[in-house]
Design a protein around this ligand. Structure first.
Ligand SMILES: NC(=O)C1=CN([C@@H]2O[C@H](COP(=O)(O)OP(=O)(O)OC[C@H]3O[C@@H](n4cnc5c(N)ncnc54)[C@H](O)[C@@H]3O)[C@@H](O)[C@H]2O)C=CC1
Ligand SMILES: O=C(O)C1=N[C@H](C(=O)O)C[C@H](O)C1
Length: 266
């Protein structure tokens, strides 16, 4: 069966890569694109894609759904719009595959309940790169033995959310295995606010934003006389594409929401 896919955010850094990935896949058909502003009738009009890419663009998800009937909506947009898109897609019976970061815990809970109640599959993956998923899993395992941890995530300077979705997911996986405790000296004081980074359950998360970077993270685990560093680097956005393709295939089999690629890889 061919999976009919729509993309929200097709003009973006990730979206452009995803368009090419889906167009090349024999089992998938890119049937439509969702944008928030008038950019032409088809992807070809945007001049970002070959003239043969005559995929229609819509500004309204309900109209997109009724005219092109996608099975899956891939969302690669912004923290501002992603919750609304995901909720609407579920209500329309379209399975969301979401790479966009910035969900609150309450939003995740609410979407998860809706997805399970209506039996519509949904995948929300803060990071589609297999190496990043392994980095998170290794950090989760190591935290049991080395529970003093700081996360340093580094991204390009156009990123809107901080900490990154990957850092938040890493911290939440670790928190499931680590007894909550504050790190550093009990009397430590910041002479410049933010110097010690964000506090997640007593762990610290530091966000670096610089031109030239793509997506990088290291998890530092300190022990007596030792330091374990677990690091992952995405050097280009091709690193995320096998995870996007896997998720599109997998979401067709699901009847609930899965948060994190680690839950769908064997
Ligand atoms: N899960 C993963 O593995 C990855 C996730 N991301 C996340 O994906 C998201 C997109 O990242 P980039 O492509 O770098 O951003 P980008 O800014 O290059 O692209 C976002 C695109 O979405 C469009 N957009 C914004 N609001 C929209 C709306 N309401 N409807 C339709 N289109 C809309 C923008 O016009 C833009 O073309 C971010 O949240 C980022 O953190 C990025 C890389 C990997
Ligand atoms: O904005 C990005 O670029 C990325 N966002 C995701 C995140 O917030 O973790 C995934 C990856 O790190 C790239």
């Amino acid at each position: 069966m061919t999976i009919k896919v729509a993309i929200a955010g097709a003009r973006g850094r990730m979206g452009q890569e995803a368009v090419h990935t889906i167009m090349k896949d024999q089992n998938m058909e890119l049937v439509s694109v969702l944008d928030y502003k008038e950019i032409g009738e088809t992807l070809a009009d945007t001049k970002l894609f070959p003239q043969t890419f005559t995929v229609p663009i819509f500004m309204d998800l309900t109209e997109l759904s009724s005219k092109t009937k996608p099975d899956v909506l891939v969302d690669l947009t912004s923290p501002e719009s992603v919750y609304q898109h995901t909720r609407e897609a579920l209500e329309l019976g379209i399975r969301p595959v979401v790479g966009t970061t910035g969900f609150s815990d309450e939003e995740l809970k609410e979407l998860s309940a809706y997805s399970a109640e209506h039996g519509i599959g949904c995948i929300i993956a803060p990071n589609f790169a297999i190496g990043a998923v392994l980095m998170m899993k290794f950090a989760e395992q190591a935290a049991k033995y080395l529970p003093d941890i700081e996360i340093i995530e580094m991204h390009h300077d156009q990123k809107l959310d901080a900490p990154s979705g990957t850092a938040m997911k890493t911290a939440s996986l670790i928190a499931d295995h680590r007894k909550t405790h504050n790190q550093g000296h009990p009397k430590e004081k910041e002479t410049i606010a933010g110097a010690r980074g964000a506090n997640y359950d007593g762990m610290r998360i530091h966000s670096v934003r610089l031109p030239g970077l793509v997506a990088h993270q290291q998890v530092l685990l300190g022990g007596d006389g030792q330091l374990l560093t677990i690091r992952h680097d995405s050097f280009n956005r091709g690193s995320f594409m096998s995870g996007v393709a896997l998720s599109i295939n997998k979401v067709m089999e699901l009847e609930n929401l899965v948060y994190g690629l680690e839950n769908i890889i064997d």
